[in-house]
Design a protein around this ligand. Structure first.
Ligand code: 5GP
Length: 200
């Protein structure tokens, strides 16, 4: 598969990361709907089982381990990770960025910290944004509030949260999700300013 060009394509990539419980998914949906710069979500591939309500090819490309490995060996991923020591793999497909680039939109990647740092290395012009909760307690409250995870998973995820927070300073921007509308507006401003720079 032909490589994307870091010079031309990297500047139209937004990477958003934030620990579990930072309120990412609501923000992502709002950004995609409201941003004046056209954003499209790069759909990741994963080996994790589909949750109720999720749609293959919309939320993720749900793959078997064998299918994921085949793509990995064929060099189809820009980055891939076993996220949260969950035993499940997640990866950004190069074909997604091409698909979105062809539609003249910006690629929006909602991926974990390691994946984000890898994308930034590949595409130094990619815009990286770290979404934080207003205080550390919020992560635990939100993780517990979901009521879907076992205590062991919660503890593992909280550990990951602490490690991820340590890497926040390596992002271009850190945004605090204290009020949804304000955080959405701040991220839209960041992206719009970058778009304006590209046209300057
Ligand atoms: P979930 O299983 O709750 O949908 O996602 C778990 C985590 O996987 C999230 O923190 C999300 O950011 C991360 N993730 C989703 N897709 C990718 C990907 O393609 N690459 C990487 N590195 N992380 C991903």
């Amino acid at each position: 598969m032909a490589e994307l060009s870091p010079q031309t394509d990297g500047c139209r990539i937004v990477v958003l990361s934030g620990p579990s419980g930072s309120g990412k998914s609501t923000i992502v949906n709002r950004l995609i709907e409201e941003s004046p710069v056209r954003l499209m979500k790069a759909i990741s591939a994963t080996t994790r089982p589909k949750r109720a309500g999720e749609i293959d090819g919309d939320d993720y490309y749900f793959l078997s381990s064998e299918e994921f490995d085949a793509k990995r060996q064929a060099g189809e991923f820009l980055e891939y990770e076993e996220v949260h020591s969950s035993g499940y793999w997640y990866g950004t497909l190069q074909s997604e960025l091409k698909r979105i680039g062809n539609l003249n939109a910006w690629s929006f990647l909602e991926i974990d910290v390691n994946g984000a740092l890898r994308i930034k290395k590949l595409y130094p012009d990619a815009l990286t944004i770290f979404l934080k909760a207003s205080s550390e307690d919020v992560y635990e409250q939100r993780l517990r509030g979901r009521g879907t995870e076992s205590e062991e998973v919660i503890q593992r995820r909280l550990n990951t949260v602490r490690n991820e927070l340590k890497l926040a300073s390596s992002y271009d921007y850190q945004v605090v999700n204290d009020h949804l509308d304000r955080a959405v507006a701040e991220i839209i401003d960041i992206i719009s300013s970058r778009e304006a720079q590209l046209h300057a």
